[in-house]
Ligand binder design. Structure first.
Ligand SMILES: [Zn+2]
Length: 226
């Protein structure tokens, strides 16, 4: 049974948990939510000796997506230069297409936050509820969990009892919905109807701060409890 490993690289002034996820012993990897500081992400990839096959995005916010285009370009150039059979294309997958307006507005968001080196990006593949994404040979199911953004997706590996939940659910909190496009009721519904049923023993990495388990949040998170 292959093993999943994760390394978290907090990026951007928002300390967003860019996550490198890979399979052992194959070292086939994905990078989830490369929001920026691409050289640090590349350094972390190099230190683990993993081969990145795709980039996954949970949603279109700047701290999650703004480095995706630059990371893709850097990985493809490195792959082409190595001549070791590394993939020459590194597709970007996700989020749901309802976040298109955010991905097309990254450069505008960057101006508001005084961030530089940001590029708009569109994925090679939009994701939808029930789709599957792969980390090496391991399948992750895609759940559409709107509310924080309209097209937010979550990645779940039922066998490994593990999920990547982006800015839907946090350790002790939930995602912000005070944006013009935010929907607090939809976010709570997604948490109650899609995340809690995954089971108390499912652990998760979230977009900011320490991870947790579904069970701990069910019992103690004031936004979720009851
Ligand atoms: Zn966000």
């Amino acid at each position: 049974m292959p093993d999943l490993k994760a390394a978290i690289v907090p990026v951007t002034p928002f300390q967003q948990n860019c996550t490198i996820l890979w399979e052992e012993p194959s070292k086939r990897a994905v990078v989830i939510d490369p929001g920026g500081e691409v050289p640090r992400i590349l350094d972390a990839i190099g230190k683990r000796g993993v081969r990145v096959e795709r980039i996954l995005l949970t949603h279109g916010h700047i701290d999650h997506a703004a480095g995706a285009a630059a990371l893709k370009e850097a990985l493809e150039q490195a792959g082409a230069a190595s001549g070791r059979g590394s993939p020459a294309t590194v597709p970007i997958e996700g989020p749901d297409q309802r976040d298109r307006f955010l991905l097309e507005g990254l450069e505008t968001q960057a101006g508001m936050f005084g961030m530089s080196g940001v590029q708009n990006v569109l994925p090679d593949r939009w994701l939808a509820e029930g789709d599957e994404v792969r980390v090496g040979d391991q399948a992750f199911v895609v759940l559409h969990c709107p509310g924080h953004t309209p097209g937010h997706v979550v990645f779940v590996n039922p066998g490994a009892r593990f999920a990547i939940v982006g800015d839907v659910l946090f350790n002790g909190s939930i995602g912000r919905t005070d944006f013009p496009y935010g929907d607090h009721a939809a976010l709570l519904r997604a948490i109650r109807e899609k995340l809690l049923p995954l089971g108390d023993d499912v652990s998760f990495i979230c977009g900011h701060g320490p991870g947790s388990t579904i069970g701990a949040e069910r019992r103690t998170n004031p936004f979720v409890r009851g």
